[in-house]
Design a protein around this ligand. Structure first.
Ligand SMILES: Nc1ncnc2c1ncn2[C@@H]1O[C@H](COP(=O)(O)OP(=O)(O)OP(=O)(O)O)[C@@H](O)[C@H]1O
Ligand SMILES: [Mg+2]
Length: 488
């Protein structure tokens, strides 16, 4: 064939993405998966969406169960439109024809498709046909000839069956079909994760691998993996423009701030002030008229604002003007794919220029496949740069010991272009807050260690730590003066 077949819109945009456009015209697709994985919902939704667009579809049942049982099960979904039944969505029972024989069933189905001028035939439950006939060769021939007949009528075949994907791949159903979609429910501790995988689609560069699937009252929805769907565009260029904190001493250490469009990690001990420092960054943007967003993986917007106010940082005016937004996302309730898609959508819709993701370790844990964490975060960082966003991630690091930070458990550390390290150091029986810039992409920076204070008047960076050795290890030994020049 010279050009690829036309696409049939599934009515589910994210499914069209997985299928590289939609269902290829005249092809037969099988959706397989264990009971309850969502096969019936998915295919019915595609059928209703077509009927709603005025495309006639035929839905065939293959068991002795009446149609109303199927429709009852679908009645809770918003795509269920009973008024389409009859005319646009024609229901037939193929059960008695199947009992008579393969030819009878095929003739009934193809004749109905022809009479209705249908562009889609949905048969729910091929496994029942297999069980009814107990005859592999007969089933294979039936599906093969049905596929040819449907193609001749310019009709798509959409079938479900009840096997886990690997099992289906060994059955003749797999070879007779042009496309195979597997749905599954995977166990992760006490959580159950829905997944979809397009295993085969003839003539299409469909997306490979597993993607997150959801079922809501709006039906089925997929989240194509971020790393598999990055647009093929350049990063927004690294600008000379600087994005600072509005903290003069700190900004001076960075010759004005981070380069715009860069990604920064603020890593440090628990309770040291990572969120507060990141809040300064967001608020400084808002004050300069750059739309800023704080995404908290722990706290509600009210708490984020209240905690900043307690140390003298008033975010309320920027919050009220809409220049600063604070949203809460709870990783306990959703997978990273879902959280990040919402965040990226928000950024795009609102034209956000600065974003703070507070508590990145939480997000990392919501990436269920641990081997995927690094590529997922790399894709996120890249996507943020593509969107022209300057981003700051905060992350707690438990082990801040030794001159080298132990970042083994922090995939983002490698991806962040700038790294700011905050830690407590004990000196003269008192804990001091110390900050240092570990790296800054393509930029000069001041690499001295600085003490900083968090008081009720805000965060203040002090003069360079002059003459203590071993501060980076967290076990400082005074050599001359006290650190930061502040007598304690
Ligand atoms: N409103 C809803 N919101 C979220 N999930 C729902 C909703 N309604 C149904 N579900 C989920 O969808 C599942 C049913 O999906 P469906 O009937 O399509 O599965 P199936 O793969 O066809 O199963 P079977 O092999 O048993 O026919 C239910 O088990 C439930 O988990
Ligand atoms: Mg079903």
């Amino acid at each position: 064939m010279a050009s690829p077949p036309q696409n049939f819109d599934t009515g589910i945009p994210s499914l069209n993405v997985l299928l590289a456009g939609g269902l290829p015209a005249r092809q037969s697709i099988i959706v397989t998966g264990t009971p309850g994985s969502g096969k019936t919902v998915l295919c019915s939704q595609v059928a209703f969406a077509a009927a709603a667009r005025g495309i006639p579809v035929v839905v065939a049942t293959v068991t002795s169960e009446p149609h109303d049982k199927l429709m009852d099960a679908l009645s809770g979904f918003s795509f269920h439109r009973p008024e389409l039944l009859g005319d646009m969505m024609f229901l037939i029972s193929a059960y008695s024809a199947l009992k008579r024989g393969a030819k009878e069933a095929r003739d009934l189905l193809l004749q109905t498709v022809r009479e209705r001028g249908a562009r889609l035939l949905f048969i729910d439950g091929l496994r029942s046909i297999r069980d009814l006939w107990q005859d592999e060769a007969r089933l294979r021939e039936f599906l093969y000839e049905l596929g040819i007949g449907l193609a001749a009528l310019n009709c798509i075949g959409l079938f479900t069956t009840e096997y886990p994907l690997p099992r289906l791949m060994e059955l003749p159903e797999a070879t007779t079909m042009d496309g195979i979609v597997g749905l599954s429910i995977q166990a992760q501790g006490s959580r159950r994760l829905r997944r979809v995988e397009v295993m085969k689609l003839r003539g299409r560069p469909h997306l490979l691998g597993e993607h997150v699937m959801r079922i809501t009252t709006d039906g089925v929805d997929f989240l194509p993996r971020l790393e598999a769907t990055l647009p093929d565009v350049e990063d927004a260029p690294l600008e000379n423009e600087r994005m600072g904190f509005g903290l003069p001493e700190l900004d001076a250490m960075m010759y004005g701030g981070f380069p715009s469009n860069s990604t920064t990690l603020i890593a440090g001990s628990m309770g040291i002030g990572k969120t507060l420092m990141a809040s300064y960054f967001a608020l400084d943007g808002a004050r300069r008229g750059e739309r800023s967003l704080i995404v908290s993986f722990f706290d509600s917007p009210q708490r984020v604002i209240a905690r900043a106010r307690r140390v003298g940082l008033d975010m309320q005016p920027a919050f009220e003007s809409g220049m600063l937004e604070v949203i809460q996302e709870l990783p306990a309730e959703a997978e990273a794919d879902i959280l990040v898609r919402r965040i990226l959508q928000h950024i795009e819709e609102r034209g956000v220029k600065r974003v703070v993701l507070d508590g990145l370790a939480e997000l990392e844990l919501s990436i269920m496949e641990s081997g995927r964490r690094r590529v997922f975060l790399a894709a996120l960082a890249l996507r943020l740069r593509q969107l022209g966003v300057t981003s700051v991630f905060t992350r707690e690091v438990s082990k801040v010991v030794g001159a080298e930070l132990d970042f083994n458990d922090a995939p983002v550390a490698i991806l962040a272009e700038n790294v700011l390290l905050l830690r407590f150091v004990e000196l003269h029986g008192r804990l001091h807050r110390i900050l240092s810039i570990l790296k800054m992409r393509d930029s000069k920076y001041d690499n001295t260690l600085r003490e900083f204070e968090v008081a009720d008047t805000g965060l203040r960076v002090l003069a360079p730590v002059r003459s203590s050795q071993g501060l980076l290890t967290g076990q400082a030994r005074p050599v001359g003066s006290t650190i930061g020049g502040s007598e304690s």
